[in-house]
Design a protein around this ligand. Sequence first.
Ligand SMILES: Nc1ncnc2c1ncn2[C@@H]1O[C@H](COP(=O)(O)OP(=O)(O)O)[C@@H](O)[C@H]1O
Ligand SMILES: [Mg+2]
Ligand SMILES: [Zn+2]
Length: 508
Amino acid sequence: MLSKVKSCGLLGIDGYIVEVETDISNGMPGFEIVGLPDSAIRESKERVRSAIKNSSLEFPLKRITVNLAPANTKKEGAGFDLPIAVSILHATDQFKCMDLEEYIFIGELSLNGEIKPVSGMLPMAITAYKEGIRKIILSVENAEEAAVVRGLEVYPAVFLSDVVGHLNGERPIQTYFKDIEELFESYSLYEEDFADVKGQYNVKRALEVAAAGGHNALMIGSPGSGKTMIARRLPTILPRMSFDEALEVTKVHSVAGLLPSKTSLITSRPFRTPHHSISRVSLVGGGRIPKPGEISLAHYGVLFLDELLEFQKDALEVMRQPLEDGVVTISRVNATLTYPARCMLIASLNPCKCGYYPSEECTCNPNQVKQYLNKLSGPLLDRIDIHVEVSPVKYKDLENEAVGESSKNIRDRVNRARQIQLERYRDLGIFCNSQMGPKYIVKFCKLGQEEKTILKGAFEKLGLSARAHNRILKLARTIADLDGSEDIKSRHLAEAIQYRSLDRKFWN
Ligand SMILES: Nc1ncnc2c1ncn2[C@@H]1O[C@H](COP(=O)(O)OP(=O)(O)O)[C@@H](O)[C@H]1O
Ligand SMILES: [Mg+2]
Ligand SMILES: [Zn+2]
C-alpha cells in the first residue's frame, strides 16, 4: 500500500514542502530511502527503525521504499524522521486517520521513539501555513516557535506513540496556543539604556545621527573610554521592530539553531559582537551545511566589530557586498541561498597601536600612528559614514549623579527623522539617507550659496578627500531631518564635517 504525508525542508531562511511517499511491497525485506543525502539516509533509517520498534509498534518485515519529493532538492536536517515513521505506520495500517493529508509532520526521532526539536521551525511553519496546511505535529520544544503562525493548529507530541494515538482519535493531543501579536504589543524592553552613559555627549549625538539615517559608524578611542558600552545601547534608540521584522529576525535565528528555548519571537533588535578571530564563513555565512553568519544574525539590528583592525582582512572584505545589498548570497551545487543581512555596522578602533594617542601616555611615534590607521581597508571604510572620536570619560561627568537622557527620548527623535525619510523616499525603493546613491544626493541634498562656501572651505582647509564629499552631504541631510529642517543649513553641514575625522587627519 502507498502512503503520502507532508513535511518541510529548508532553503536559506525559507521552507519548502516535501512529500514523503512510502510504498510497501512483498519481497525481500529491505528499507530504502531516496531523495536524501547518503549520510543523512543512513542515520535516519536507524532512528526510524528503532523508534518504531521501541514504541510498541511494528516495523514491517517487507520491502519499504520511501521517496522524499521533490527529489532534486538537497534536503538537510533530521526533521524527516517523524514523517517517514508516520508514513510507514500508515502504509502498514497501524492506525486509521481520515484527515491525514491536512497535517504536516516535522521532527527528529530518538531511538526510544521520543520526538526531538529541529532548527528552522518558524520558517517551515510559515511555509506550511502559506501552502494551505492548518495542522502541524512536532516536538514539544518546537511548539513555541510554530505557535507564532496565527491560524496554524500546533500539536506538540512527546513520543511517536502519542502521534499515533492522536491520529487514531484515541488520545487527542491538546493544541498549543499563544497570542503572539498581543505578546509582541506588550513588549519593548532592553536591559541597557543610554541614560547609563555619563557625559560623552558628542558620541551619543553621533550615534543618534547614525540611528536616524541608518549610517554605519566607527568609534575611535582608547581602551576603557566606553566604546563597547555605548555601542551596546545603539539598538535601544533604533525604531521599534515591526511584527514582520521580528518574524524575519526570528526566522534567521531559528534556521541558525540559535533561538533561545521558550522564545517564540525575538522582539528586540539583535546586537551581535563577534570576536576578531572569527572566520569569514562565520561572519558572512555558508559552510558545508549552510548557516547564516553574524552579519545575518544582526539583521535589523547592530553588528559591532570591536577592535576592527584585529579582524582578518579577507573576512572584512567579504562583508562589503552584503553591507551594500542587505543580503548574503551563497552558491551551492544545485541552488543559491540568500540570507538577509540588513544591519547597521558599528566598529571600534584604538587610535594607535598602544591605544592611547593623542594623550601623553601614548608611546607611539607619529609615523607609527599614521601607519596603524592606514591598515584600515579602504573599501570597507567606504561603507562607514560616521567617524567619532571617543575621549576617556571626564571625571566630573562620572561623578555627576544626574542621569543622562533616556534611550526613549532619543528614539523619539530618531523616529521622527525616519518618518521624514520614509515620506521622502516613498516609491523610490530606499528608506533612509544612508542608502542614497549619487543621483538622489544631487536631488535631495541641495546646498545654498553660504553652505557651498562652507563646504568648499572645509575641503581646502582640512584637506578632505573626494570620498568625504557625498558622505558629508548624506550626513548633513540626516542632521537636517533630525532638526525637522527641509533645507540643509550651515550648522547641519558643520556637524556633518566633524564626522569625517579620518579623512581629515590620517587618511590620504
Ligand atoms: N561614559 C561612561 N559612563 C559610565 N560608565 C562608563 C563610561 N565610560 C566607561 N564606563 C565604564 O567603563 C567600563 C569600560 O568601558 P568599555 O565600554 O568596555 O570601554 P572600551 O570598549 O572603550 O574599552 C564600562 O563597562 C563602564 O562601566
Ligand atoms: Mg571595548
Ligand atoms: Zn600609541
